[in-house]
Design a protein around this ligand. Structure first.
Ligand code: AFP
Length: 328
């Protein structure tokens, strides 16, 4: 299996050893995700993919069989890659693969697993750093120190959306050749959009700024935002992110007053940060409502963060609602 990288990919990584390690690790990860994609494509023919294993991940989310299998496939693929440390949503602690190697990789091996049985697009999200001299320090840092990040989507197409800091590209797995081919180079998110993504059933749990913003969107052209809005919510971060990259929009998963949801549902290290990296490199914005996601330091491995990302203008507008709230 090969990935025909764009000539610009990772060119901004000046250390040739690190750049070569990034290319090798992305290729190893793509081989693992090609296997995961194949399992997803078989769906119910693979007995019990969506069945719960009885285990739970670090946040108590019930683990599905495919979550665990995906993590095992990725871990095995990384054992022969230049990766010292591996952090996963499906594992409480960091896995030391080979401390002498140059990279550290974090992953949500299967994001959107509650959609496995409904044939909705799901995916694998990943974030890469230069390894430090110990496992914890290799991950407990701001997302701005990522050297590569992105996500695979297992949908009608199997795609890889990726950045190494010199723009965001999309590769498509060609079912005929079995290789990933560059399909969209240097993607740019529309700066303005009137499409938003949020789980509206949580309305009564939200804080005032989000509630006020969504209510103003619902007022449409007669309201203060003076526009007709549309809504999408897939319930699969990679699917919503891919749509926003391709046609603009804004994704919101704010903190709310449910137990355990004070900082939302998504994790900073292996969900929000890699998505924020891809979105910013495509000219969009990603915040926790007010702070830039990539500036937020990681205090604990599975730390959650409220997540807002997409077209620059609506992200900025929502930020103004938070600022007004602070003044009130
Ligand atoms: P699962 O992996 O448990 O399906 O969660 C998916 C997810 O982390 C993210 O992909 C979605 O955007 C979000 O949760 C959906 O959350 P709600 O189910 O609360 O809407």
């Amino acid at each position: 299996m090969a990935i025909r990288f764009s000539s610009e990919f990772a060119k901004n990584i000046t250390d040739n050893t690190i750049r070569a390690a990034v290319l090798e690790t992305v290729t190893a990860l793509a081989g693992a995700c090609k296997q995961i994609s194949h399992i997803c494509a078989r769906g119910p023919l693979e007995q019990g993919l969506g069945a719960e294993t009885g285990g739970a991940n670090t946040d108590g989310d019930a683990q599905k069989a495919l979550d665990v299998r995906s993590d095992e496939i990725i871990t095995k693929a990384l054992e022969t890659a230049p990766v010292a440390y591996y952090a996963s949503e499906e594992q409480d602690d960091i896995v030391t693969l080979a401390a002498s190697k140059p990279l550290a990789l974090a992953s949500d091996p299967l994001d959107g697993s509650s959609n496995i049985d409904t044939n909705v697009s799901i995916g694998t999200i990943f974030s890469m750093f230069e390894a430090k001299d110990n496992a914890a320090d290799s991950f407990l840092r701001p997302g701005s120190e990522q050297i590569c990040g992105g996500f695979f989507v297992y949908g009608p197409q199997t795609t890889l959306v990726i950045t190494a800091g010199a723009g965001t590209d999309t590769y498509v797995l060609d079912p005929d050749s079995g290789d990933f081919e560059l399909a969209l180079a240097a993607m740019k998110i529309m700066p303005v959009s009137t499409e938003y993504a949020i789980n509206a059933s949580n309305h009564h749990h939200w804080g005032a700024p989000i509630r006020a913003y969504i209510e103003d969107c619902l007022l449409g052209v007669a309201g203060p935002l003076a526009a007709k809005y549309n809504m999408r919510w897939v319930g699969s971060l990679v699917a919503d992110a891919n749509r926003i990259l391709s046609r603009g929009g804004m994704f919101m998963y704010p903190g709310d007053d449910r137990d355990g949801y004070g900082d939302g549902r998504l994790r900073l290290l292996y969900e929000a940060s890699p998505v924020a990296f891809v979105i910013e490199q495509a000219g969009g914005a990603a915040t926790d409502g007010t702070r830039r996601i990539l500036d937020i330091p990681l205090g604990t491995l599975h730390q959650r963060v409220p997540l807002v990302f997409g077209s620059k203008e609506p992200v900025q507008t929502l930020g103004d609602y938070y600022k007004k709230q602070d003044i009130l």
